[in-house]
Ligand binder design. Structure first.
Ligand code: HEC
Length: 102
């Protein structure tokens, strides 16, 4: 049983190494990831942010016009790709791979 698990783990590791070393997985920005890879990367991103954001105190954003300044910044720098409330992303933004989330 233990030998079978060890051999299986070695085979999986060898397969992963083969894919890595021979560049078999296409990482081009104009191709979508396979769903399992996309899900794994999404999960890794969420866990990474969660781990690093744990000790950050939530700033007081409701004062000093910060919300308005943030909305203006978003409108000027982000909305063309991500869209916004009542605003679709531009053709340019919608043509990107991976697609920028809302
Ligand atoms: C030129 C287009 C473009 C602009 C402009 C842009 N983004 Fe993005 N953004 C992207 C793309 C492409 C991704 C990657 C999407 C992915 O990996 O699934 C992304 C990802 C993100 C993500 C991660 C979302 C997630 O769940 O993976 C955040 C957060 C983000 N952008 C915020 C911003 C902010 C804030 C601005 C403005 C300051 C901005 N973006 C401007 C194209 C853009």
């Amino acid at each position: 049983m233990v030998i079978t698990l060890l051999v299986s783990a070695l085979l999986v590791a060898a397969a992963a190494l083969t894919v890595l070393v021979f560049g078999l997985y296409n990482v081009a920005g104009n191709r979508q990831h396979f769903q399992p890879v996309h899900s794994m990367l999404e999960y890794a991103m969420q866990q990474s942010v969660r781990a690093r954001a744990r000790d950050i105190a939530v700033p007081d954003v409701a004062s000093d016009g910060k919300v308005e300044r943030g909305a203006l910044c978003y409108q000027q720098k982000c909305v063309q790709c991500h869209g916004g409330p009542g605003v679709a992303a531009s053709d340019f933004g919608q043509s990107m791979q991976p697609i920028p989330g809302p």
